[in-house]
Write a protein that binds this ligand. Structure first.
Ligand SMILES: [Fe+2]
Length: 182
């Protein structure tokens, strides 16, 4: 049976589960970046603008990601789960950045795992089209496998870049006098 550019129903469900975890990670990051900026501003007024701008960009990217991921979940037939997170109050910039790095790496691994599921769960013509026709759906409406893989690849690459930049921020924090990890 010919394979088509669609993901199996089981594959879609598994991807939706991972992407909902991705939304939680992105939300954690959205909430964490203002704290990082706040801590930097409190620690040293002369702190470079570049560092703060960089942190703001991360926050915006995470928010953008949560929107993309929510839309992708819907395209896969799932329901995005938005949840408010409670994060422990952390007072030092080093702990905040370490937490951030954890979120970035978690997001990266979730998107990667989701992409591998999309790659390994390609639907065959008969099953999917037969199923869609039986419930009166237009098969063209179903999101394509290649599109899902492409979106997940882009998210994954963004997170790889973010993690590298957080690592750079950690180095910057630790080498500047007066901002060492306590
Ligand atoms: Fe990120």
């Amino acid at each position: 049976m010919a394979k088509i550019d669609r993901i199996t129903e089981e594959g879609k469900e598994a991807i939706v589960d991972l992407l909902n975890k991705g939304i939680h990670a992105e939300y954690g990051m959205v909430m964490n970046y203002p704290r990082i900026i706040d801590q930097i501003s409190n620690i040293d007024e002369s702190q470079s603008e570049e560092f703060i701008n960089g942190a703001e960009r991360f926050g915006k990217d995470s928010f953008r990601h949560s929107t993309i991921v929510a839309k992708l979940i819907e395209e896969l037939g799932g329901e995005p789960e938005f949840e408010m997170l409670t994060i422990d109050r952390m007072v030092d910039i080093h702990s905040l950045l370490i937490a951030q790095l954890g979120y970035e790496k978690l997001a990266e691994s979730l998107y990667k795992e989701a992409r591998l599921i999309a790659q390994n769960n390609q639907a065959k013509a008969k099953g999917l089209f037969g199923k869609l026709m039986s419930i009166g759906e237009d098969p063209k409406k179903d999101v394509s496998r290649s599109e899902v893989i492409e979106k997940l690849k882009r998210l994954e690459l963004d997170e790889v870049g973010h993690a590298k930049r957080v690592e750079t921020m950690l180095i910057q924090i630790n080498i500047e006098p007066g901002k060492k990890d306590s």
